[in-house]
Design a protein around this ligand. Structure first.
Ligand code: 5GP
Length: 106
């Protein structure tokens, strides 16, 4: 599904796009600001992170931080759900960026 968003086949509220990476607002936000960051290239889960070369992995982490800044977040939470038992429902690697209020942990 996120592949289709990346190809422009499905609509999304894009907040940042660069270097094969995309950030969109979550369709069902769990916080006042809730953005999803993902590579356009398909990786199913974080378990496959070693398929990225070190420069790509670094760029992805930088992109998550840039996206948080771009949507106006100073304090925020970054989450990656890995597998259904952890709450993963979309099997295209993505980082949640949540903020805009005090966030209880977990
Ligand atoms: P996961 O549960 O896999 O960690 O996170 C998937 C996230 O994607 C959920 O927070 C869900 O609300 C969001 N989501 C699912 N389908 C769509 C969609 O079509 N567009 C957008 N923008 N978000 C989606």
């Amino acid at each position: 599904m996120f592949c289709r968003i990346a190809r422009g086949e499905l609509p999304a509220d894009v907040v940042h796009r660069a270097d094969g990476l995309l950030a969109i607002r979550d369709i069902a936000p769990k916080a006042p600001v809730h953005v999803l960051c993902f590579p356009e290239r398909h990786l199913a889960t974080f378990r496959e992170i070693s398929l990225l070369d070190p420069a790509e992995a670094k760029r992805l982490l930088d992109f998550v931080a840039e996206t948080a800044e771009r949507v106006g977040l100073d304090d925020y939470r970054v989450i990656v759900n890995v597998g259904p038992e952890a709450g993963q429902t979309v099997f295209h690697l993505h980082w949640h960026v949540l903020g805009g209020r005090t966030l209880p942990f977990p």
